[in-house]
Structures are given as C-alpha cells and as structure tokens.
Ligand binder design. Structure first.
Ligand SMILES: [Zn+2]
Ligand SMILES: [Zn+2]
Length: 343
C-alpha cells in the first residue's frame, strides 16, 4: 500500500509499505480522508518527542471497513466508519472507571513517543481495534468525519465545564479546537460566547460560527473588554485552547469569582500561574485531555448541523501532496486551518 512515512525528522515521503495485519479484535480500514493535526506538524522536527521516525502519522481519519478480525461480528466490508485517536486497553484501573482517556496503557494512532510505535492513517490502510470504531451517518462526508476527533476534544472540554443555561463563556484561541469548543459551549447553553484571538481572519470565522463577541488582544485589553461586557464581574467560564502563559493568564483574569477555567491547549510544558488570583477568587482550574466517550455525541452534533466543520476545511488533497502541505503548515502559511489528505 501507499503510505506517507516520516523517514527522519523534517523528511516525509510517500512510499510503498506492507498492508497492516489485523488481530482478532481489529478491523482493517481503507482510509478515505485523514486530517493533518497541529500535533503532527509540531512533531515533524522532533521537538515534541512524540513522533520518533520512522512513523506513519495521522489520527484524524475516516474510511470504509475492508476486513474484520475473527472476533468482530458487527461490521461488514464497505461500512463507513471513523475511529478515535486513542487506543485504550479496556483492562486498567482507569478504563474500569470509564475514564478511557486516562488509560494507563493509552496509545495514540500515528504516534511513536518511545515506549510504542503505532502507525497511523496517512496510508491507504490502517488497522484499528473494533472498540474505538464508530459508524458514520450517511450525511457526513469522509472529509467532515475526519474532523470528528477535533470536535470531540471541544465537546469533552465543555462536558467538564460547569456551564448552565444563560452563562457567559469565553473561548481563548480560535484555531480548530477553539472553534469546535465555541460551537459546543453555545449548544451547552451559553447565552454569550466571547472569543479571544490575535488573528482577525479567525475572529471573523468565530463570529460566523456563533461567537456573539470577539476580542483581539493585539488591539484591545481582553480582560478589560470582557469585564465591561459582564457588569465588571467576568465570565462564568473560560475555555483556554492555546496552552501558553499569556492566554492562560487572560483566561484566569476574565472569569468571575467562583468561575471555572478549563485548560485544553497543551503547548508550553510549564506556565506562570497567578496563584493568589486563583485561590482568593476561588477559581476552579480544570485540565481536559482528548475525549472520553464523546464520539457519538460529536457525530450527532455534526450530523444535525449543530456543529459545523465545513468552513474549517482549508484544502483536500491527494496523499502524494502530503509532504508539501506539511511544509506549508510548518511554515505557518496564513489562512490555513484544516488540511485533509485523501490516501
Ligand atoms: Zn489531533
Ligand atoms: Zn486502560
């Protein structure tokens, strides 16, 4: 089969590779669409330590069933499916508690951090366990379905955040995850969603996807602006989708006393936290990792049109063009959101 292999850091090549084999509980999927994730682009130069070559990356994918293992009886060749990026073990303490995103033996598709190497979906075929597969409704295309993983991250973050009908919510960062989170928190009952991002193009996109207000921190003091919109109190909740000191400090400063800040962004390994503001104002700081059972809800929200992903797709290209698209994303070409490859 054809696969796009990270042969060494900064060197991607479409090569011929053997088709993956499947175990009794696995399903072989013919990949029809696979999104390029920011984490794949960051992994390209080795700085994250999570994409050690040689590796086929890709964990945001959809396709059709080709073959099922002997232990799988409910999927037929041709079934349209997507799958979670997290492969959980189903046996550990956390899996038993239903916290599969916290699994002790968690592996991520298309990742090789050292202890394991799991080839992903920038390939014609990928082998995945049945337990992480979900059927696709007819009205979702493979390209749209490749964004379910990102949507599920936003839905999970909102599920961990105590939002009640009528609340004011702030979303910091309007990249892929921020825009998914914005739409999810709107549907969770936030009457007003304020999005903060330094990129005007992304703020325009946020407004088109339901943001009631947008703030550009390059030109406006975001905390002051948000306080002014909330009778000087601050928002009930903030969801931070960047992952660095400055935006996290904005998130903490813009919630009201007793508010919650949910941290989704995960870039800087350490940040400076304004401790006294968190403690004396009794702020809840909640981490949010991947998703935990939010795939069916995400599929439903997308299928019904409640969460839109179409405008987030910047380009759809054949796998052969993958290396050059990675290069463009790596160089931060402006205006690019999600690029989807078709193996
Ligand atoms: Zn991803
Ligand atoms: Zn487990």
């Amino acid at each position: 089969m054809q696969a796009m292999l990270l042969k060494e850091y900064m060197h991607l090549e479409v090569v011929e590779m053997p088709q993956p084999s499947i175990g009794p509980d696995d399903v072989l999927v013919r990949v029809r669409a696979c999104g390029i994730c920011g984490s794949d682009v960051h992994g390209l130069d080795g700085r994250t330590g999570r994409r050690i070559p040689p590796l086929v990356m890709g964990h945001e994918a959809a396709g059709e069933v080709v073959e099922s293992g002997t232990g799988v009886s409910d999927l037929r060749p041709g079934d349209r499916v997507t799958f979670d990026s997290t492969v959980y073990c189903g046996r550990c303490f956390f899996c038993a508690r239903g916290e599969v995103n916290l699994c002790d033996n968690r592996e991520v598709l298309g990742v090789s951090p050292g202890p394991y190497r799991r080839h992903g979906a920038f390939a014609e075929y990928v082998s995945v366990p049945r337990r992480i597969i979900y059927r696709l409704p007819e009205n979702l295309t493979y390209e749209q379905a490749a964004l379910i993983e990102a949507v599920s991250v936003g839905v999970h973050a909102v599920n961990l955040t105590p939002v009640v009908l009528g609340d004011v919510a702030v979303v910091i960062g309007s990249g892929m995850i921020g825009l998914a989170t914005l739409q999810a928190v709107r549907h969770a009952g936030a009457a007003r969603v304020i999005v903060v991002d330094p990129d005007e193009g992304r703020l325009a996109m946020a407004r088109s996807m339901g943001a009631t207000d947008t703030v550009n921190p390059k030109t406006t003091d975001a905390v002051e602006a948000i306080r002014a919109m909330t009778d000087g109190r601050g928002a009930a909740v903030a969801l931070e989708c960047v992952g660095a000191t400055e935006p996290i400090q904005t998130a903490i400063a813009c919630v009201r006393k007793g508010g919650t800040v949910t941290l989704v962004g995960n870039v800087a390994p350490e940040i400076t936290l304004p401790l006294q503001s968190v403690v004396s104002r009794q702020i809840r700081v909640q981490g949010s990792c991947a998703s935990n059972g939010e795939y069916p809800a995400s599929i439903e929200l997308m299928s019904s049109g409640a969460i839109q992903v179409g405008p987030l797709i910047s380009a759809v290209a054949p796998l052969e063009e993958g290396p050059s698209w990675f290069d463009r994303l790596y160089r931060h070409e402006p205006g690019l959101m999600k690029v989807i490859l078709r193996p």
